[in-house]
Write a protein that binds this ligand. Structure first.
Ligand code: UD1
Length: 418
């Protein structure tokens, strides 16, 4: 297992080019199952989560490989409708394959993904939605068997705007005759991206980005080349790192639509942020003001996937900040590692009260999940001295060679492989 050695204290200056978003590519990969022609997802990095999802497709009989920065997928020979239990456990997003497998084969089998590092993550909304569309769902303790012989169009109202459930409903409806209406749909930019992708293949989806998404079933989808939306969480992470350490960075290929709530908080903390065409620039003196209340919520509210990085930033801000996590019940686990570094944070269930300290001390710390890991890097970049970060495999799920990106900005961070 790899670890990072970080010598903190450097300012971050320079430019980073963003690539396709992990959370966009994963559902698009699932969606490829609905098509029997070649699809090229452009500018996709081989993130470990994306590689695992591609492996699922390969194990089911399809093709998925990286070439010159693009991900080539061909699902014409996909035969299996069951997803290997071990892979389902290793990547939760395999649950997003229920909709597309049902759309293509009328059947699907997935083992229950179970909880994960950030919370229980139930799938009841996915199941209720599919049942609404006529799918017969049998759940055992470990397996979910879906029979979609009677899959039909209809109106599905989600009890919560779940991103994954919205994506599953859209994919189940794409090749299903007639009009399906999804109410209380998630409004994240990645849902808009899924709509654009399906329409680029000849599908008929509209309304994404709003709360009602309409899918008009088509007979088939054709292959296409598609550049998924840029990674807004990677963008936000680099902005927060620079805000914390001080310096000036420019992010290229950056779509600011998905970043508004993050940019607002950064500005309120004293950073200068300038938005240009496909580019964001941030300047920070490295001494942030507090954030009175940062409450996570479904888009367009503040993203839960940026909560840990901001907590690390606010640990050395001027004054007291409050974070309220409304999305996942177990998303403060990284905080004890920040405390080891000298942060002053009081956690009470879903709230974290952060009293800014003058400095963090370098230490040996361990990441237990992806964004918590990004928070620990943020803290280590700020702390004086040498920190060692274990659990790098979690960070690799969503940031490709992050140490190289940060080195390019002037950070002192190296990966050590055993
Ligand atoms: C997606 C993102 C993840 C992000 C999350 C929230 C991907 C691959 N992952 O995850 O990075 O943190 O959105 O922005 O895109 N819920 C239920 N029952 C369900 C489904 C969800 O109760 O059947 C709850 C969850 O526990 C959570 C909330 O709904 O409290 C939102 O979850 P959801 O939007 O479904 O997240 P994911 O799609 O899993």
């Amino acid at each position: 297992m790899d670890k990072f050695i970080v010598m903190g204290g450097n300012r971050l200056n320079g430019e980073i080019t963003l690539h396709a978003a992990k959370n966009a590519v994963l559902p698009l990969l699932s969606c490829c199952i609905l098509c029997d022609e070649e699809i090229v997802l452009q500018d996709c990095q081989p993130l470990s989560d994306v590689k695992k999802m591609a492996e699922i497709i390969v194990r089911m009989g399809g093709k998925a490989f990286f070439e010159n920065g693009d991900l080539h997928v061909n699902c014409s020979d996909v035969k299996s409708l069951a997803i290997d239990a071990k892979l389902t456990k290793s990547i939760r997003s395999s649950i997003f394959m229920l909709g597309s497998l049902l759309g293509r084969f009328g059947r699907a089998e997935v083992s229950y993904p179970g909880g994960c590092e950030i919370g229980k993550r139930p799938i009841d909304i996915h199941i209720a939605g599919l049942k609404n569309l006529g799918v017969d769902v049998k759940e055992t303790e470990i397996y979910i068997e879906c029979n979609g012989t009677n899959l039909h169009n209809g109106i599905v109202e989600l009890s919560m705007p779940s991103v994954g459930a919205t994506e599953n409903m859209i994919m189940a409806a794409v090749l299903t005759r007639g009009k399906t209406i999804i109410k209380n749909a998630a409004r994240e930019p990645e849902i808009i991206d899924l709509q654009n992708f399906i329409n680029a293949m000849g599908g008929k989806v509209e309304g994404a980005g709003g709360s009602i998404v309409t899918v008009e079933g088509v007979n088939r989808l054709h292959g296409c080349k598609f550049r998924p939306v840029s990674d807004r969480i990677a963008a936000g992470t680099y902005l927060v790192m620079c805000a914390t350490c001080g310096g000036e960075i420019a992010l290229k290929n950056c779509d600011t639509f998905g970043l508004n709530s993050v940019i607002e908080v950064l500005k309120s903390c004293g950073c200068r942020v300038k938005e240009e065409k496909d580019m964001v620039r941030l300047t920070s003196d490295g001494k942030l003001k507090n954030a009175a209340l940062l409450r996570t919520g479904p888009f367009p509210a503040f993203p839960t996937d940026m909560q840990p990085q901001f907590c690390a930033a606010l640990a050395t801000a001027d004054g007291v900040s409050l974070i309220e996590e409304t999305m996942f019940e177990n998303r403060f686990k990284y905080i004890n590692q920040l405390e080891i570094m000298g942060a002053d944070i009081a956690v009470d269930s879903r709230r974290a009260l952060i009293t800014g300290v003058n400095e963090l001390n370098a230490n040996i710390i361990e990441a237990e999940d992806l964004r918590g890991g990004a928070a620990l890097i943020t803290a280590a970049l700020k702390a004086e001295g040498v920190s060692t970060i274990y659990g790098v495999e979690h960070i690799d799920r969503g940031y490709y060679k992050i140490e190289e990106e940060l080195t390019g900005l002037g950070a002192d961070i190296v990966r050590v492989s055993k």
